[in-house]
Design a binder for this molecule. Structure first.
Ligand code: CP
Length: 531
């Protein structure tokens, strides 16, 4: 019997489904939509969960109309048990943790949770957390979590319905897409999901249209480029229309005033103008152009003005309707009702690497020339010397980071000092000297590699270097109690109070992405500030 790889899967970010799995999904949505339009009950029954005890639970900790109601109607299509947590009167308001709340609800025969929250990475955390609860309480199934939008991070089901609508307008052709993203690209989670979502198309060209205050964060632009997309940026629609090579698909997003600081809010009229379509632009559009929008539009200041509702540009209404079809299919897949015939690759995790990043140097092969590290004017008899710190940075940056290294490694006390030298290549580097008895275990070396990659550690005994290690950039940094994601909306941030252990993965360009909220950091930024 073939295994249904979709059954019980969570969708926390769009990358939780492989490209082939998403392509399979879109074909199923096409099939379902055709059956609905044709009243083909026999085909619809193939999708239906048809189990009044199958629990689908909506937990919307932030406002929603489309996502919540389309999921509710999708669940009703399935003849399933549909529940909703009344968040304003739940024990979350009495300080109960998310883990406790969701674990409890999963104990009441609920199999799929649909979760919207301001807290970024919440579904990923709940997905991990629920595994233990399921085991401890011998529940028949581990619940699945669908991210219905988490802060500025992702909105993977919106991504699926957006792409389905682009595909409908492309004749279900995956070969290429030229898309203009217009609006608040900084705060809009639906456009952030596009950095990985659009990988379902073989060739992608993305035009980013936003004033600098609302520009796409660098980490998403970086990801788009890594994914092979051609990316261009413009600061207004007017500037874009001058470029000559404009897209036929325009995806607008609303300025997310509720997420903006006071400084940006003061400029809202000016910002809105640069991303609002105007009547005078009409004859500069290419034939066949379609406009999309995740909705809602602002009632007073819609960036797609209402005079366009009754034109052929309007694809946003069909897009919203497609939301329910896509969500019916997603529930069907996670329930294991469909998907058994899929035999392609499952969730392609980014290859981060698992190479050794602390390399012991073979001292027997070194030149006979003896290097004496000194403690001020005295040579060091016993101790440690960390060399090549932050090579290439400025002296003040190196000095600041050496203070952090000393604190993180717990070598603030005792004798010794820090030094900055300049090599023949003109580059500065830092050196930390610590005479004394130091025993560094594997965990200390891992901490050293995490906070000082590309350095060397010399262990000196009786005036000789007896051990020497080179550190490289680790693929993952986790399991240290003094790590901290810098995004205070992230589930792992201490201000969330959930006690989630921060964890970071190396990106191809050498940053560290938080595994929960995806925020990129340098290796210097992931430590709780000290002293
Ligand atoms: N597009 C979208 O997520 O809409 P809602 O906020 O109404 O769910």
């Amino acid at each position: 019997m073939s295994v249904n790889v979709f059954r019980g899967r969570s969708l926390t970010v769009i990358e939780d489904l492989s490209i082939e799995e998403r392509r399979y999904f879109f074909k199923k949505v096409r099939q379902l939509k055709d059956a609905i339009l044709a009243n083909d009950e026999a085909t619809l029954d193939l999708f239906r969960i048809d189990d009044p005890d199958f629990g689908i639970y909506e937990v919307f900790l932030e406002d929603s109309t489309r996502t919540k109601e389309s999921f509710r109607n999708a669940a009703k299509f399935h003849h399933a048990k549909v529940s909703e947590l009344m968040c304003s009167s739940s024990s979350i308001n009495k300080g109960e943790s998310y883990a406790d709340t969701f674990n409890m609800l999963s104990g009441y025969s609920n199999t799929i949770f649909i979760v919207r929250s301001k807290v970024e990475g919440l579904c990923r955390y709940l997905d991990e957390e629920s595994a233990e609860y399921t085991r401890r309480n011998s529940l028949p199934v581990k619940p699945a979590f669908i991210n219905a939008g988490d802060g500025k991070h992702e909105h993977p089901t919106q991504e699926l319905l957006d792409e389905f609508t682009f595909l409908e307008d492309n004749g279900m052709d995956f070969s290429s897409l030229h898309l203009a993203l217009v609006g608040d690209l900084y705060h809009g989670r639906t456009v952030h999901s596009k950095a990985d979502g659009l990988k379902v198309f073989d060739h992608v060209k993305v035009d980013l249209i936003a004033p600098p205050e609302l520009a796409m964060p660098d980490s998403y632009v970086e990801k788009m480029k890594e994914n092979g997309f051609e990316v261009r940026a413009f600061s207004s629609i007017e500037e874009y229309l001058e470029c000559g090579d404009i897209a036929t698909k325009w995806y607008f997003t609303r300025p997310q005033l509720e997420r903006m600081g006071e400084r940006i809010l003061q400029k809202q009229d000016e910002l809105r103008k640069s991303i609002t379509f105007r009547r005078e632009f009409m004859d500069r559009l290419k034939e066949g152009t379609k406009f999309y929008h995740p909705l809602p539009r602002h009632k007073e200041h819609p960036t797609i003005p209402t005079f366009l509702d009754n034109t052929s540009l309007n694809a946003w209404e069909r897009q919203a309707i497609n939301g329910m079809y896509c969500r019916i299919v997603l529930l069907s897949l996670i329930a294991g009702r469909i998907g058994e015939d899929y035999d392609g690759p499952v969730r392609e995790k980014r290859n981060i690497g698992d190479e050794e990043y602390i390399v012991s140097v073979d001292l027997s092969k070194r030149s006979k020339e003896v290097k004496n590290y000194s403690e001020g004017v005295h040579p060091i008899d016993n101790g440690i010397v960390i060399d090549h710190i932050c090579k290439g940075d400025s002296p003040s940056e190196i000095r600041a980071h050496m203070r952090l290294i000393s604190s993180v490694l717990g070598i603030d006390e005792g004798r010794g000092g820090e030094w900055i030298s300049r090599g023949a290549d003109g580059q500065y580097k830092g050196i930390i000297f610590r005479p004394g008895d130091y025993e560094l275990g594997r965990k200390d070396l891992k901490r050293l590699a995490a906070i000082a990659p590309k350095c060397t550690l010399n262990i000196i005994k009786d005036g000789k270097v007896t051990e020497k290690y080179r550190t490289h950039i680790p693929p993952r940094i986790y399991n240290f109690d003094d790590l901290c994601c810098t995004n205070d909306a992230c589930i792992s941030h201490p201000s969330q109070g959930e006690g989630v252990s921060p964890s970071f993965e190396r990106t191809p360009d050498g940053h560290f992405a938080c595994v929960y909220c995806g925020k990129f950091h340098t290796y210097k930024e992931i430590w709780k500030r000290r002293g």
